[in-house]
Write a new protein. Structure first.
Length: 270
């Protein structure tokens, strides 16, 4: 996909939480799934993943958090978005700064989506910069199906999680209390989402963090320019580096995520 995506099969909604308004692209029916963008925004590959979620029987919500919605990921766009995020009060990209404030808004979105769509709860899928947001969103009771894809924050500490100590403790306690589980995905050798970072998730959640590590050789060898020239490593398992061929491990990862959402969001709680 080497062109912009018009997103014309999604309905853009202005959603206000705590006096902050953001555009959320919504499509489908059924239980709600919040799909967050990866750098440098809601790319055509992210939108393709959203359509797969929608077609699996969910109401997908794609919040516009940064970048140009639907834009093809060029190097130039990536630089502009990165420079903006690094000075934004909504994102804490460095170690020692705790949980990003934008997650509070995302939890509010999850509550609204759950009230509107019903079901046992809401799914949350983070990608790259937003990867860990899927876990932090579980601080809200509505979020019961987190999927953490190649989490890249904090940028300056490959062994750390983008979480305050208080939030980490509360999340671990809820996972144990309510028997929750999180899926995680990364490519082997990813310099942005390292083995040490996944080890930190295991340290926090134990076996409740269900990690998948794919060989780097299985990544799409011709991703968009931002990923080829700036990211420079196999990184985005179910978006830019996915290979859309039957039986391919990245496509199987997509199917596993959809099955996880189906199990968690369409089965009544016991």
């Amino acid at each position: 996909m080497d062109h912009d995506d018009p997103l014309d099969d999604f309905t853009p909604r202005a959603v206000t939480v705590d006096d902050i308004t953001k555009i959320v692209h919504v499509s489908g029916s059924g239980p709600a799934v919040i799909l967050m963008p990866e750098m440098p925004g809601i790319s055509p590959d992210v939108a393709r993943f959203a359509r797969w979620i929608r077609d699996a029987g969910f109401t997908v919500h794609m919040p516009s958090l940064f970048g140009v919605d639907g834009a093809y990921p060029t190097v130039e766009l990536g630089k502009r978005v990165y420079n903006h995020i690094c000075v934004s009060a909504e994102f804490r990209v460095l170690a020692g700064t705790g949980t990003s404030p934008v997650v509070s808004w995302l939890r509010g979105l999850a509550r609204r989506a759950h009230a509107e769509c019903g079901g046992p709860g809401v799914g949350a899928i983070g990608l790259c910069l937003t990867g860990n947001f899927a876990l932090t969103m579980t601080l809200d009771p509505a979020v019961i199906a987190p999927v953490i894809n190649h989490p890249s924050l904090p940028f300056d500490d490959p062994c750390a999680l983008e979480l305050s100590p208080a939030d980490a403790s509360a999340i671990a306690a809820r996972f144990e209390r309510e028997d929750l589980r999180a899926l995680g995905y990364r490519f082997e050798g990813d310099k942005w989402c390292t083995a040490a970072r996944f080890a930190a998730y295991h340290s926090l959640l134990g076996d409740r963090f269900d990690a998948r590590v794919l060989p780097a050789a299985q990544a799409n060898p011709t991703p968009p320019p931002f990923f080829a020239q700036t990211v420079q490593t196999p990184h985005s398992v179910v978006t830019a580096h996915l290979v859309d061929k039957p039986g391919h491990p990245t496509l199987e990862a997509r199917d596993e995520i959809l099955a996880f959402l189906t199990t968690r969001l369409t089965t009544p709680p016991q």
